[in-house]
Design a protein around this ligand. Structure first.
Ligand code: ADP
Ligand code: TRP
Length: 328
């Protein structure tokens, strides 16, 4: 049976970009045959989140988000990274066979420091911990976005170096699993750039009612009047609408905008339709979330039982790695 593993950083409330770019894919995969591993990468988040209360809240919210959107903790193992300390031991072993040059080539370190994140040693060695996360569970496939492909390739390299140095095949070689062609590669934010927490242009996927209306109202548009004919494909508001509307409705709105004239929908109308569509798309998940908020013990319990299952696997692989290099 093939196994699938991915990690989610608890670095803030999850937004529509995270949903269409990653979470939706994870939840759909977990309904397929196979062994599914999803963890909340709190050790990784320490490279950016410095407030203990915020970190705790984010871990909880991330778990609630996955559970409310339908991740079944019986079918997929869901846990908190820090509950499985064996991964840190594997990370150390990998660090001793990883050349500085490999880490120096990482795009994510350069991108993050360029965005003003403090360049700690932990941020630099982040790919080693990520490799340990993957290798500790014998993952065959790692469903991630394009931005994480290099990290998975580095994982393959680190496993290969370990095998060469110790002349034994301890780890399974993982492959990336990218979202299917046609899936949302890049969800735009309120300003048209990639939606991202760090740009402050994101829409929380559980936002609703007046707050959602206000947020969607902030989507940047121009001052052309509704009757002026426009190219809908040059209006990024349509990229957001495309995530929610059925193709027939989307086409008829686009046709009307292209044609212009009396009665053509203006930006206000399109934003109203988007607000409604988001509100109803996540209505069920929002209700589930309320239920989990009223019973937080269910969330912690799911994470604890996930951690117990994850630990059995990570311990076996840690023992294999220890034996290969002469520890114990
Ligand atoms: P952020 O940019 O808000 O910090 P992350 O980098 O933590 O988001 O992304 C977590 C996951 O969500 C990644 O797999 C990433 O590919 C996906 N993702 C984030 N933003 C978007 C987006 N705007 N469009 C598509 N996928 C996204
Ligand atoms: N680096 C990933 C991100 O920023 C999160 C992550 C940590 C991860 N460990 C992982 C993803 C292992 C896949 C597998 O989104």
């Amino acid at each position: 049976m093939k196994s699938y593993l991915s990690g989610i950083q608890p670095s803030g409330l999850l937004h529509l970009g995270n949903y269409f770019g990653a979470i939706q894919h994870h939840i759909a995969l977990a309904q397929q045959p196979g062994k599914h591993w999803y963890f909340i990468a709190d050790f990784h988040a320490l490279t950016t989140v410095r407030d203990p209360e915020v970190l705790r809240r984010n871990v909880f919210e991330t778990a609630v988000t996955y559970l409310s959107l339908g991740l079944d903790p019986e079918k997929a193992v869901l846990w908190r990274q820090s509950d499985v300390p064996e991964v840190m031991e594997i990370a150390w072993l990998l660090s001793t066979v990883t050349g500085m040059g490999l880490l120096e080539r990482a795009h994510s370190f350069k991108d993050k420091t360029a965005r003003g994140i403090k360049s700690s040693v932990g941020l630099f060695t982040y790919p080693i911990l990520m490799a340990a996360d993957i290798l500790a569970y014998d993952a065959d496939f790692v469903p991630v976005g394009q931005d994480q492909v290099q990290h998975v390739e580095m994982t393959q390299d680190m496993a290969g170096h370990f095998h060469e140095v110790y002349n034994s095949e301890v780890f399974r070689r993982p492959e990336c699993l990218l979202p299917a062609a046609g899936a949302a590669k890049k969800v735009p934010g309120l300003d048209g750039q990639k939606m991202s927490k760090s740009y402050g242009n994101d829409v929380w996927l559980f936002e609703s009612g007046k707050k959602l209306k206000k947020r969607i109202g902030q989507i940047v548009t121009d001052s052309r009047p509704p009757e002026e004919p426009k190219d809908p494909d040059a209006i990024f508001l349509f990229d957001l609408l495309a995530l929610f509307l059925d193709p027939a409705e989307l086409k008829s709105l686009k046709d009307a905008v292209r044609q212009g004239g009396e009665g053509a929908p203006g930006y206000g109308h399109l934003k109203g339709r988007l607000t409604e569509a988001i509100d109803s798309h996540f209505a069920n998940a929002r209700a589930q979330r309320e239920d989990f908020l009223a019973h937080p013990e269910r969330v912690w319990q799911a994470l604890e039982s996930g951690a117990a299952r994850a630990r059995v696997q990570a311990r076996a692989i840690r023992d294999r790695a220890f034996a290969a290099c002469g520890i114990r």
